[in-house]
Design a protein around this ligand. Sequence first.
Ligand code: NAD
Length: 320
Amino acid sequence: MKILVTGGAGFIGSTLTAALLDKGEKVAVIDDFNDFYDPGLKRENVKPFGGNPSFSLHEADIRNGRKVLEVFRDEAPEAVFHLAARAGVRPSIQSPMLYEEVNCAGTLNLLEAARLTGVKNFVFASSSSVYGINSKVPFSEDDPITCPISPYATTKRAGELMCFTYSHLYSIPVTCLRFFTVYGEKGRPDMAIAKFTRLIAEGREIQVYGDGSARRDFTYIGDIISGLLQSIYKPSRYEIINLGGSNTVELSRVISLIETNLGKKAVIKYTEPMPGDVPITFANVAKARRLLGFEPKVAIEEGVRRYVSWFLEKERNAVP
Ligand code: NAD
């Protein structure tokens, strides 16, 4: 099957691309290699695929609808994983317009191209952040989404709704997967586990927003990839499905796991909680279990151990 992965040079997209190529699928990637974080890391992510005849790369911006359609016409994908987005809650508060353009207009360009070229399955990367300050935990897909508290969260909810509209009008099968704080090898450098590991290893101070009691449902990358793969082989008419570790953990616990694995103590500066940050995320994954056979397998203790050992190995191999 030919599969298009948008954002395929990013953390989740490149890991997914590797898994799809391993399964013998043909993969086309669209990515603009922007500098939200070091684009060199994104180039490294796709480097192993170079020369693979089943892989093609389109360096393009999804805000350019004409270019997106050109790629769809060239590649004729049967299925699309739409992962390209401006991610991150806090930067979305600084640049709401950019998030709106990429995450909303960009998603609409993808859906239009999917409609015009007869795509058979469209998977949209949504986020647990849509739940906002939902007081009911764990979060379920049928909880009302009335209180997203960052532009990022709102753009992801808007993306889900536009997916519903296209699924309804044009019978495009769509699955919206709400990821819960994904971490692991190649993890995004702006996210807590990657950032804290680097700073603690270098003996530098880490900033914790709030008192460390904020809880996140951290989800190991391998579990997310299993859920993504299931969604492509089990298309649905239109579904929203949580993909989470289903185990909420305090940030202070995660920091102590990083300390243990690095064998170093963190220097912590506690600051005010950041606007846009939610106090807790916690996924109910009953629907993912039922529809996708999803079962999160890697607990935070093992996931952090794997991440830190990957990080240390990378540091050892780094050219000075
Ligand atoms: P990432 O930033 O590593 O990957 C996103 C990729 O999209 C990047 O390679 C980036 O260059 C590309 N991209 C961004 N804007 C683009 C544009 N205009 N045109 C083309 N490409 C563009 O992030 P990630 O953590 O791998 O996240 C992947 C998806 O999952 C995103 O949609 C994100 O919102 C969603 N998500 C991630 C998490 C998480 O914890 N990592 C949680 C919830 C949802």
